[in-house]
Design a protein around this ligand. Structure first.
Ligand SMILES: C[S@@+](CC[C@H](N)C(=O)[O-])C[C@H]1O[C@@H](n2cnc3c(N)ncnc32)[C@H](O)[C@@H]1O
Length: 386
């Protein structure tokens, strides 16, 4: 596909993910931003100038957002939600205002794109990890040593410091976590309630691993990360609150390729803790040979100690041709079909190693920004060998 058409198609698919039938009204600005990138020449020109492997549409959306925050152009700035604030309403003025600003500010926007990479941190994914940890804790009372692989800003390392609300189809809700937390995470559960421990399992050791760990106390870093968040009121609010929590509770972050550093990180984990590796939207980006090396590493570590690997990742290879999970688990055929037809979700899975024996199971699937969760709720079924 010609490059321009390919970038436009990427932008259109992101816009579609933010505008399904019944989408919450607060999703309009994200959907319109990506529709604009797909359809408006001034925006598409900027996106096409970005190297294909740097996620052009997403990187441009972040640069636009960052420049709007810096320059506060009127009326454009007024369309964006502030942390804790409402979603400004939709009207016909946004797209023309965005076009006009991009044309006038093209040089500065392009410079931001050249200097940064797109770095998404979605703290809402803790809503998907928590029930997986509940399933772990139901069978193993050991406190957890949490290793967040591809941790980015490290927001996933504080999952015991957040308040959770799971809203069931009948409107009732289950609350978990720290009720006083400023980070309030909520999702709709489309299926019977997963096994959530109201009290989050104890975390006695936590470490992040990232090729490029982020210092969330640096104002420029924080501002860029905020620009990478979709301009949706809920996402903007939970990200800002989580960033404050991460800044207040520094956790060691090990810089390096996870394949290279994991062995050393694991060596420091207290023997009495249950080693729990978490990856959200990381292993999906590992090429097949590197993913195979990670599996071999799991087996190697598993010969020395028990472990859990909780993954929330799209199916691989990323895109409609996907036919498997990063953990090598059996994916429900209906979900494979859904993915082929453009459904966007992260598969929630769990691989366990006990006494050197490896088992695993798909637990559920979730919206990438944690709007909903579906659970395969049979907590008593055996984990299959994988
Ligand atoms: C899409 S972000 C996800 C961040 C976070 N886990 C979340 O879900 O919000 C992927 C992160 O993984 C990191 N990463 C990707 N490949 C990596 C590797 N091989 N080793 C270590 N970190 C990696 C990136 O730097 C980035 O911070």
């Amino acid at each position: 596909m010609e490059r321009r058409a390919a970038v436009a198609a990427q932008a259109r698919s992101i816009a579609a993910a933010w505008s399904p039938p019944g989408a919450p009204p607060s999703w309009w600005l994200t959907a319109e931003t990506f529709t604009g990138i797909a359809e408006d020449d001034v925006l598409l020109d900027l996106a096409v100038a970005i190297a294909p492997d740097r996620l052009p549409a997403l990187l441009l959306s972040a640069a636009l957002r960052r420049r709007v925050t810096q320059a506060r152009p009127d009326p454009l700035a007024g369309y964006y939600p502030a942390p804790g604030g409402p979603q400004p309403p939709r009207d016909g003025g946004f797209r023309p205002a965005l076009r006009e600003f991009a044309a006038a500010d093209a040089e500065a926007i392009a410079a931001l794109c050249a200097a940064h990479r797109y770095q998404m941190n979605e703290v809402g994914r803790c809503l998907d990890v928590l029930p997986a940890l509940g399933a772990v804790a139901a069978a193993d009372p050991r406190p957890l040593a949490l290793i967040d692989l591809g941790t980015g800003a490290g927001l996933g390392l504080h999952l015991d410091r957040y308040a959770y609300r799971y809203v069931l189809p009948d409107g009732s809700a289950l609350h978990a976590g720290d009720p006083a937390s400023p980070v309030r995470l909520s999702c709709a559960v489309r299926t019977p309630m997963p096994q959530v421990q109201v009290q989050v399992p104890a975390v006695v050791h936590r470490v992040g691993v990232d090729a490029e760990p982020l210092d969330v106390t640096d104002p420029d870093t924080a501002a860029w990360l905020a620009a990478c968040i979709p301009p949706e009121a809920g996402a903007v609010t939970r990200f800002a609150a989580a960033l404050d929590v991460a800044a207040a509770h520094p956790v060691p972050a090990v810089r390096g390729d996870l394949l290279d550093v994991l062995g050393g990180v694991v060596a420091d984990v207290p023997a009495a803790a249950l080693l729990c590796l978490v990856d959200t939207y990381v292993h999906v980006f590992l090429p097949p040979d590197r993913l195979a090396r990670f599996h071999a590493l799991i087996d190697e570590i598993g010969r020395e100690r028990d472990l859990e690997w909780v993954s929330v990742d799209p199916l691989v290879p990323l895109g409609p041709a996907a036919d498997r999970s990063v953990q090598g688990l059996d994916v429900p055929p209906a979900w494979l079909l859904d993915n082929r037809e453009g459904g966007v979700f992260g598969l929630v899975g769990r691989v366990s190693v006990r006494g050197g024996r490896r088992t695993g199971t798909v637990l559920g699937r979730a919206h990438p920004s944690s709007a909903w969760l579906e659970w395969l709720s049979d907590p008593h079924r055996d984990l299959g060998i994988c």
